[in-house]
Design a protein around this ligand. Sequence first.
Ligand code: ADP
Ligand code: MG
Length: 265
Amino acid sequence: MGGDRLTVRDLRVTFDGFTAVDGVDLDIHPGDLRFLIGPNGAGKTTLVDAVTGLVKATGSVRFGDQDLLGRPVHKIARMGIGRTFQTATVFEELTVLQNLDIACGAGRGPWTMLRRRKHVPEPVANALETTGLAHLHDRPAGTLAHGQKQWLEIGMLLVQDVRLLLLDEPVAGMSHDEREATGALLQRISTDRTVVVIEHDMDFMRSFARSVSVLHAGKVLSEGTVAEVQADTKVQEVYLGRTAEPEPAMPEPAAAMPVAVTEEA
Ligand code: ADP
Ligand code: MG
């Protein structure tokens, strides 16, 4: 079941002569929790759109030994690739359980879907537990908190046994506690799946990323561990909006400042 590596080579997406993704290479393996960061407009969402078949691209995208590029969206989804969008897309008037049922039944005939069942299918039960939504299974999804809706959406990918999850800013608008819970959820689901998270929040990235790719103007600017990427002056200049300074640009010298003040006094 392991071995489903995402391999992206020289990926390019052009909109009317504007190159949004400009020759991206990525290697992401199961068990990784790859954060894709970068300023607004860097091409993060477009990259995920290209991998999932929503926009036309050139280059190559492979998942395991399967080629994705040029295939229709539903075929790519059937290969075990799922994504979430910046706004949650659950069925608001249906319950949590019904939402998971529908996602689970996507591969079955309409007859099975319509029949009343007494038992919760195992993948649905597992997803309820993994996402921490079991106690809310009877609640209409529309009444869930913002964070819980995102977890439900992740649950809907889990019941489909998605092997590659691409999550577009899953913690945007979440409270601190929801972020922490989401980070823990992402770490759990990524142990045996390939997970890519687009994220803006640097604190969240620092706490939960296993590896990071920084995108800027459609290109991979930097890649590595959180520490490596943070130490990269290119990242400090571009992503953090700082210009090169002789002093360390990362906010570290908090402890040193009072000393300087004392000396002057
Ligand atoms: P990010 O997700 O990193 O904020 P996007 O991938 O959404 O960035 O956008 C990358 C660039 O591509 C932006 O300049 C954006 O305006 C442009 N872009 C995205 N989608 C389209 C589209 N459908 N048509 C034209 N330009 C687009
Ligand atoms: Mg985006």
